[in-house]
Write a protein that binds this ligand. Structure first.
Ligand SMILES: Cc1cc2nc3c(=O)[nH]c(=O)nc-3n(C[C@H](O)[C@H](O)[C@H](O)COP(=O)(O)OP(=O)(O)OC[C@H]3O[C@@H](n4cnc5c(N)ncnc54)[C@H](O)[C@@H]3O)c2cc1C
Length: 600
C-alpha cells in the first residue's frame, strides 16, 4: 500500500561531499569505519528496512499489541521474526562499545540507521531505540559489575531496555514523582509505584527487559533533587548472567492511542520490585539525562523519518493522479486530465517536504558528528566545541524536526486529497505516528524552554556565538563566488535575525522571564531554519563543485541540478519565515499573558 526506498544516494552525498567524513580518520570510530564501509553498512540496513520492516508497518498498525490475562504482551504478527533478523544482522550493536560486544561504529552512522528504520516502521524501531538509551545510561553511570551484567545483552539485542519517568500526575514536572525506593540490607532496593506510558514496557521479543526507573529513596529531599535511578530487570539476573526469578513488575494495561500501535505503551506497576541503584543516590536525573539526550536525537529523527516516507509516497501519487489541467496548457493532452504534479500548489507541498527532508538530514548528521568528535577527538578544545554544539542543538533537532516532520506528513496527506484521509493509502498512519514525536521525550514546548533557559545562556552564550562563527566562516569562504551569493545572502539575513533575537532575549529576558518563555518556540524555529539554511548553503556548494567536475557531473547531473533547485526553493520559500519568528519573538509576552485565566 505504501512504499519505502531508503535515500541512500542522499546519504552518500552527505557523508562524502558535504560532511567530508573522510577527514575524521583521527577519531577511533571513523578510523575503523572507512567511507566505503559506511555505504555498505547502510546499504545492508536499507534491505532489511525495505524488505522486512516496512511490509509490517501497516499490518502492525492495524493489529497492534495485545495484553493477555497473565499480563504478558504480544507484539503484532511478524515483529518477533523481524526483531530476530534485526538482532542477527548485528544492528543493535552498531555504535556500542567493543568492550561489551559492540561494533564501535560512529554515532553518525547509527543515527542514519535510526532514520531508515524509523521511516520503514516507527513502532518497531522504538524497541531497539529505547534499548540504546538504556545502554547509554548504564554505560556512562553503571558500576563495572552492572555493565558486565547488562551491557553485553543490551548490545546484542538479546534483552531490551525501557525508560520509566512518567507517572499519572507527573510528566514534565518530575519533581512531583511518587514512586518510592526502600534500601535493603543487601544494598538493593524495593521499588514501588506506578509508571504510565512506558514504551516497550512489556513484549514478547526478548527473554528479558531491563527497566530503568526513576524513584525517590525514602527520606530523600523533596523535588527533582531527591530522585534516583534504578535498574529493575523483568527477570532477576542470576550469578551465571541468565534470567532467573520473575521480578515484581507487571503490565497493568496497554494504552489505547492515536498511532505507533505496534509499540506496546504500558502501565507498569512496581510492587516492591527489586532494583539496583545506578550512580549516586538522588542524582538520578543526571543519569537519566544521558539517556534522554541520546533519545532526543532519536526522536527528532522520527519526525524527519515519517516526513521522508510520506513524501516518497506523495510524490508517486502526484505523478499518477490526474485532475484538472496545467494553467500553462495541457501537459498530457492525450489523457483526460493532467497529473496533479503540474499544479503549483501541489508543487508547493512537495517542495516544502523535500527541502525540509534533505536539509534536516544534513543537520542531524552534522549534530551526530559532534557526538563522534566529543567521544573521540584528542584535542580538548575541539571536544569542548563539539559538546557545546551538541548541547545547544539537541533540543532543536528534537523539536524542530518533529514539529516540521508532522506538518510535512500532513502536507503529504493533503497531496492525496480525500484518499489521504481514508486508511487505504496509508497516509493517515504517517500523520498519526509522527504526532507523538512532538510530545514524548519532553514535549516540544519544554525543548524550547531548555534551549532558551539553559542552553543559550550557558557559559555566556559560548555555543550560539560559536554557531554564528561557523556560519560567518562559511559565508566568508564564498565571498568571491558569484554563484554562491543567492544562497549566502539569505543565509546571512537569517543569521542576523537570529542574532537580533538573541540580543533581544539578553536585554529583555532578565527583566521579565515571561518574555523568554513566550518567544522560546519562535527562537527554536529560528535556530532550526538558520541551521537548515547553513546546511543548504553547504549542499549547494557541493552540488556546484560536482557540476563543475566533468566526471561527477556526467554521472549524476540531474541529482546535483535538483540539489540546486531545492536549495533555491528553501532560500526563497521557506527561510523567509525567519522574519516572522523574529517579529513574534520581539513582541514579547504581553499580548500572550494579558487575558485573565477565567477569560479562556
Ligand atoms: C505513546 C507515548 C509513549 C511514551 N513513552 C514514554 C516512555 O517510554 N517513558 C516515559 O517515562 N514516558 C513516556 N511517555 C510520556 C511522555 O514523555 C509525556 O507524556 C510527556 O513528557 C509530557 O508529559 P505529560 O503527558 O504529563 O504532560 P504535562 O507535563 O502535563 O504537560 C502538558 C502540556 O503543558 C506543557 N507544560 C508543562 N509544564 C510546562 C512548563 N513548565 N512550561 C511550559 N509548558 C509546560 C507541556 O509542554 C505540554 O504541552 C510517553 C507518552 C506517550 C503518549
Amino acid at each position: 500500500m505504501t512504499r519505502y526506498t531508503a535515500p541512500l544516494t542522499e546519504f552518500r552525498f552527505l557523508f562524502h561531499e558535504v560532511l567530508g567524513l573522510e577527514r575524521y580518520g583521527n577519531l577511533k570510530s571513523f578510523a575503523e569505519t572507512t567511507p566505503e564501509l559506511f555505504d555498505a553498512v547502510l546499504g545492508e540496513a536499507a534491505k532489511l528496512c525495505e524488505e522486512v520492516l516496512h511490509p509490517l508497518n501497516i499490518p502492525g498498525d492495524r493489529q497492534g499489541c495485545t495484553l493477555h490475562e497473565d499480563g504478558s504482551v504480544t507484539t503484532p504478527e511478524g515483529f518477533k521474526d523481524a526483531y530476530r533478523a534485526y538482532v542477527e544482522g548485528g544492528w543493535p550493536a552498531l555504535a556500542c562499545d567493543p568492550e561489551f560486544g559492540g561494533q564501535g561504529m560512529p554515532v553518525t552512522l547509527s543515527l542514519a540507521l535510526n532514520e531508515i528504520v524509523s521511516s520503514a516502521n516507527m513502532a518497531f524501531g522504538m524497541y531497539p531505540g529505547l534499548t540504546h538509551g538504556a545502554y547509554e545510561a548504564l554505560h556512562q553511570h553503571g558500576t563495572d559489575a552492572q555493565k558486565q551484567t547488562y551491557l553485553p545483552k543490551l548490545t546484542s539485542g538479546e534483552w531490551t531496555g525501557t525508560m520509566n519517568l512518567t507517572e499519572p500526575h507527573c510528566g514534565t514536572d518530575l519533581g512531583l514523582m511518587r514512586s518510592k525506593a526502600v534500601e535493603q540490607a543487601d544494598g538493593s532496593y524495593k521499588i514501588s509505584g506506578q509508571k504510565i506510558f512506558i514504551s516497550a514496557g512489556e513484549h514478547d521479543l526478548t527473554e528479558n527487559i531491563i527497566h530503568l526507573v526513576l524513584a525517590r529513596i525514602e527520606g530523600a529531599p523533596e523535588g527533582i533533587k531527591g530522585i534516583s535511578l534504578f535498574i529493575v530487570p523483568k527477570f532477576l539476573v542470576g550469578e551465571d548472567g541468565t534470567p532467573g526469578a520473575r521480578n515484581a513488575v507487571s503490565c497493568g494495561a496497554l494504552e489505547e492511542k492515536m498511532g505507533i500501535h505496534g509499540n506496546a505503551t504500558c502501565v507498569l506497576n512496581y510492587d516492591d520490585a527489586t532494583g539496583y541503584l545506578i550512580g549516586e543516590p538522588h542524582k538520578g536525573m543526571r543519569a537519566m539525562f544521558t539517556m534522554m539526550n541520546e533519545a532526543r536525537l532519536g526522536v527528532g529523527l522520527q519526525g524527519l523519518a515519517q516526513s521522508q516516507i510520506a513524501y516518497e509516497n506523495a510524490a508517486d501519487y502526484a505523478r499518477e493522479r490526474q485532475q484538472g489541467r496545467a494553467l500553462s496548457g495541457p501537459a498530457a493532452p492525450d489523457a483526460p486530465a493532467d497529473p496533479i504534479i503540474v499544479h503549483p500548489d501541489v508543487r508547493r507541498m512537495l517542495m516544502d517536504q523535500r527541502a525540509f527532508n534533505e536539509g534536516a538530514r544534513a543537520f542531524y548528521l552534522w549534530v551526530g558528528l559532534q557526538a563522534d568528535i566529543l567521544r573521540g577527538d584528542d584535542d580538548a578544545g575541539t571536544r569542548q566545541k563539539a559538546d557545546d554544539f551538541l548541547a545547544l542543538l539537541t533540543p532543536v533537532v528534537k523539536a524542530y524536526l518533529t514539529d516540521r516532520g508532522f506538518r510535512h506528513c500532513v502536507e503529504a496527506q493533503q497531496v492525496y486529497g480525500g484518499h489521504g484521509y481514508i486508511a487505504e493509502h496509508g497516509m493517515e498512519q504517517f500523520v498519526r505516528d509522527a504526532r507523538i514525536a512532538m510530545i514524548y521525550e519532553g514535549a516540544n514546548g519544554i525543548q524550547a524552554l531548555d534551549l532558551v533557559g539553559r542552553k543559550l545562556p550557558a557559559d555566556g552564550g559560548r555555543a550560539i556565538f560559536a554557531f554564528f562563527g561557523e556560519i560567518d566562516t562559511l559565508i566568508a569562504s564564498h565571498a568571491d563566488k558569484d554563484a554562491m551569493q543567492e544562497f549566502c545572502t539569505p543565509l546571512k539575513q537569517a543569521r542576523d535575525r537570529l542574532e537580533q533575537a538573541t540580543m533581544w532575549f539578553l536585554e529583555n529576558g532578565a527583566k521579565n522571564p515571561d518574555h523568554l518563555a513566550a518567544g522560546s518556540t519562535d527562537y527554536l524555529h529560528l535556530v532550526g531554519l538558520t541551521a537548515l539554511a547553513w546546511m543548504w548553503t553547504q549542499m549547494a556548494d557541493a552540488a556546484q563543485q560536482a557540476l563543475a567536475n566533468a566526471e561527477a557531473a556526467s554521472e549524476a547531473p540531474a541529482f546535483y541540478e535538483a540539489k540546486l533547485v531545492t536549495a533555491r526553493y528553501f532560500m526563497q520559500r521557506v527561510l523567509p519565515d525567519s522574519a516572522g519568528h523574529l517579529a513574534k519573538l520581539t513582541s514579547g509576552a504581553d499580548s500572550m499573558m494579558a487575558l485573565p485565566t477565567e477569560a479562556f
